[in-house]
Design a protein around this ligand. Sequence first.
Ligand code: DGL
Length: 262
Amino acid sequence: MAAPPTILVFDSGLGGLTVLREIVGARPDAHYVYVADDAFFPYGHHTEEQIIARVVPLVGELIAAHTPDLVVIACNTASTLVMSHLRSAYSVPFVGTVPAIKPACASSRTKRVSVLGTKGTVKREYTRKLIDDFAQGCEVTLVGSAELASLAERALNGFYVSDKDISAELTPCFVDHGNARTDTVVLACTHYPLLLDRLVKLAPWPVDWIDPAPAIARRVSDLLGGPGRESDTAGAEMVFTSKRPHTLSHALMPFFGGRVPA
Ligand code: DGL
């Protein structure tokens, strides 16, 4: 019987767990290595050059250490920059996470879409190009949030995060043009689905929230070929680049499909 595949999921912090959760659902048979580059978090505060210089060699070290069958860069701030560098440096298949502008614009009825990401992601040439290519007549508002990823980390770590702090980051997404208002918000940072309940509650009016994680999970499954075996759970590892001891295992278990990350 073939060994279960190893899937390495990488993010600057805990946001990539929202992508991992979907992949685990699609491939319950795989062995998972989740890497949080918390020593360099938040990526949204670094320059493009700094992120490339950090991520490309680090992913190389992780590939050497864990020999994954596939690597998922579960971070928009990194994926909008590093995918071509990674693909030319390493032969393992990569799947990135980039703003879901195409499906959001395809489904918006009011043709008013907002993209909520880190300040880095909304500035990227890559993101502008997605809008040029896929806006399909929509007016797209880019909202760069300085703090929302850190607020999501705080909330997941059990700290109090106020509605006011979340609203301050969220409100610019809601644009009322009089005759038409925003009806679709792209969650262009993998941390934000961690706060989805709060975002829904604090939204000035109801909108569709677009999270690319299910599409990423389908892509991973397609690349690995063949469906996973429901009953076989091959374990999981959690790596923090800061090497901090992690006391989060209990809170993290649901993201790993019930496995306790070692
Ligand atoms: N989770 C990351 C993303 O999808 C970014 C958070 C950060 O490090 O700023 O963009």
